[in-house]
Unconditional design. Structure first.
Length: 124
């Protein structure tokens, strides 16, 4: 018997996943290279990720989600030791592969959802 085909994520779920992916890349760059990604680098990562997910967002919404990811990444870096931060960044990057299971990543995904819900995108 084959396992059921997973349902594709909702548009909301994809946006939350984008926050997670951008935060993972931001933390990785911070810990590996000692630099934060620029907004332009984050925008390019977002565009690449969205293309793979077959999702289109306005530039303003991409910026908003990238800003949320930056907020999360900086909060993480400020609350963890370097060693714990390196481990967290590694776990997040590994978790970009859907086959990788990580309790840390699941916890951070919940935080991404909380951020997304607490600062909704406004089309103003």
């Amino acid at each position: 018997m084959s396992s059921p085909t997973p349902r594709p994520p909702s548009p909301r779920g994809l946006r939350i996943a984008l926050i997670f992916a951008l935060a993972a890349h931001r933390l990785h760059a911070h810990y590996e290279y000692g630099k934060w990604l620029t907004d332009a680098q984050a925008a390019q990562l977002a565009a690449d990720w969205l293309t793979r997910q077959k999702l289109t967002l306005t530039q303003d919404e991409r910026r908003h989600l990238a800003s949320l990811a930056d907020t999360l990444a900086r909060q993480i870096s400020q609350t963890l030791s370097r060693e714990a931060g390196l481990f967290t960044a590694h776990e997040m990057m590994e978790s970009l592969d859907p086959r990788h299971h990580s309790e840390i990543a699941e916890t951070l995904m919940v935080e991404c959802e909380r951020l997304f819900d607490s600062e909704p995108f406004s089309h103003d």
